[in-house]
Design a protein. Structure first.
Length: 121
């Protein structure tokens, strides 16, 4: 299964980025093999709409879940509409987060974890 972890760097040893819409990288991980693809987030400096645009970018990668620290209301709705499970309050390393997801250690978020515009620069 493919999942996406927000990341501060381009590999599995990087730390989870606590922001969704303006994270530095999206790490798409195959939970069976831990093969991954690092995608630089083009929305880091977006004036607005970063959550929705990031949600669309992640959905295009056909992932089943997103693991991040926080997600705002617009991004949450965009991810839900795409059928992507949203997991918030994730921290630590990207590889560790992927392994914890594979082991069933996380619960799905029931709504956004921060208000709109929280991650604005």
């Amino acid at each position: 299964m493919k999942i996406c972890v927000t990341s501060r760097g381009p590999n599995l040893e990087s730390e989870v980025d606590p922001r969704f819409g303006r994270c530095r990288y999206f790490i798409v991980v195959d939970t069976d093999t831990l093969d991954f693809e690092a995608i630089e987030n083009p929305n880091v400096e977006a004036a607005g709409g970063a959550g929705i645009q990031s949600g669309q970018a992640v959905a295009a990668k056909d992932v089943k879940a997103i693991l991040t620290g926080n997600v705002g209301p617009n991004a949450f709705r965009a991810l839900q509409a795409a059928g992507i499970d949203v997991i918030t309050d994730v921290s630590g390393g990207v590889k560790e987060a992927a392994e914890r997801y594979r082991n069933g250690d996380f619960k799905s978020a029931q709504g956004p974890s921060v208000s709109s515009k929280t991650g604005m620069p």
